[in-house]
Design a binder for this molecule. Structure first.
Ligand SMILES: Nc1ncnc2c1ncn2[C@@H]1O[C@H](COP(=O)(O)OP(=O)(O)OP(=O)(O)O)[C@@H](O)[C@H]1O
Ligand SMILES: [Mg+2]
Length: 373
């Protein structure tokens, strides 16, 4: 326990960030505090881009789909390179600078001790809607967040995806001589499928310990929340997976792909024992989604003894002003650094009445506007 506290006391936070040639962002540093920061500005002023740039800097990818170097490079840049310059402060007030260059050839590495200590979790305005509508969004949300917590899950998932790609290639140009290779791949895919399923079950159980409590802590209303893995493979042993794929070999050849497996698993969210997306209002869906999001963050803290950077884009959407206040009060009790964005003036007024919030203004026209704190 003492060890854990010592480690937590070493937590670092993002102090300054300067992005050169990143979309429309101005060439001036943003300054953050170690608790709640709010980026406020009109549509198109660059709020999401700031969050995306920080995410890119830490994770070498965007949370937006199909966002590669040419899309994020400023269309009017002189030189085709993006520069991320940041500084971080630890609890002993030591300041350390980190920079990273990104060109069409790729992105430089981050020093590992730092990388271990800072991950960021992000929520986008459409996430909760998509989460309720699409299995793919639920899978991505779960896989992305759990990969930040569990290295083994991330590794298993990555290897599974690579092996399935290999298998699909063989199935696509199938001839009988590759059957034995497919059987070897099936064995490895089965081992991984078992591991992935077991980890999902374990982490879903851990999330469920926190969900109802989080919802109450967030919004002061009692509802019973339950998140479940919806998979026909939940009770499969490794050998069951091997048999499953052996039985489907002919069909896989016909369809030319590994058409069934844990990559298509789904999750179901229950709200007072009703299926959330069938029963809940949009606001309740968003609130449940936030409870789940913060459950992942608690697990991250418990598992890694470290605080992540939490970024919530367009925080005000779907929630009424009482929920905004609840959410802000909830965030104030937490020890992680938060970056929020909003284009909503009413929400911003509520924030302004709240103490200890770092307000950052962004303007589409005035490049220096965000210096006005
Ligand atoms: N590669 C690029 N170079 C220059 N500008 C870009 C590039 N890509 C996108 N933009 C512009 O940058 C702006 C980025 O908008 P962003 O999504 O960050 O705004 P926002 O403040 O989050 O707005 P909203 O409140 O509508 O969500 C947009 O006006 C977009 O047209
Ligand atoms: Mg935005």
């Amino acid at each position: 326990m003492l060890e854990q506290n010592l480690e937590l006391s070493e937590q670092i936070y993002l102090h300054k960030a300067l992005f050169q040639n990143y979309r429309n962002l101005p060439d001036i540093p943003f300054e953050f505090n170690n608790s709640i920061n709010c980026l406020y500005g009109a549509n198109g002023s660059g709020k999401t881009s700031v969050i995306e740039a920080i995410y890119y800097f830490l994770h070498k990818k965007s949370f937006r789909k199909n966002t590669r170097f040419p899309q994020i490079l400023n269309v009017n840049c002189g030189k085709p390179e993006i520069l991320f310059q940041t500084s971080f402060i630890d609890n002993n007030k030591n300041l350390t600078g980190y920079s990273r260059k990104f060109t069409e050839h790729g992105m430089g590495k981050l020093n590992s001790p730092f990388k271990k200590k800072l991950s960021c979790f992000v929520i986008n305005p459409l996430d909760s809607l998509l989460f309720n509508l699409k299995a793919e969004a639920r899978r991505d949300f779960f896989d992305q967040n759990l990969s930040l917590i569990s290295d083994s899950y991330k590794k298993h998932l990555k290897t599974y995806t690579r092996l399935v790609k290999q298998k699909n290639k063989l199935l696509h140009d199938y001839n009988p001589s590759v059957k034995s290779i497919i059987m070897i791949l099936n064995q490895e895919i089965s081992n991984l499928s078992f591991e992935i399923t077991q980890e999902r079950i374990k982490w879903v159980n851990s999330l469920n310990q926190l969900l109802t409590k989080n919802y109450f802590e967030l919004f002061s209303i009692k509802h019973l929340l339950r998140f479940e893995l919806d998979s026909k493979f939940s009770k499969f042993s490794t050998q069951d997976f091997v048999n499953y794929y052996t039985d489907r070999h002919e069909r896989e050849i016909m369809l030319k792909r590994h058409y069934s497996g844990v990559h298509l698993d789904d999750y179901c969210f229950y709200f007072d024992d009703m299926i959330s997306y069938e029963f809940c209002s949009l606001g309740q869906q968003k609130m449940s989604y936030l409870a789940l999001f913060f459950a992942f963050i608690s697990l991250y803290q418990q598992t890694l003894s470290s605080f992540p950077l939490v970024m919530i884009d367009d925080i005000s959407s779907e929630l009424d002003s009482e929920r905004w206040k609840n959410l802000i009060n909830f965030l104030k009790t937490k020890k992680f650094q938060v970056i929020l964005t909003t284009a909503n003036e009413n929400f911003f007024q509520i924030l302004k009445n709240s103490s200890d919030i770092n307000e950052i203004f962004l303007s589409e026209n005035d490049e220096n506007a965000h210096l006005l704190h």
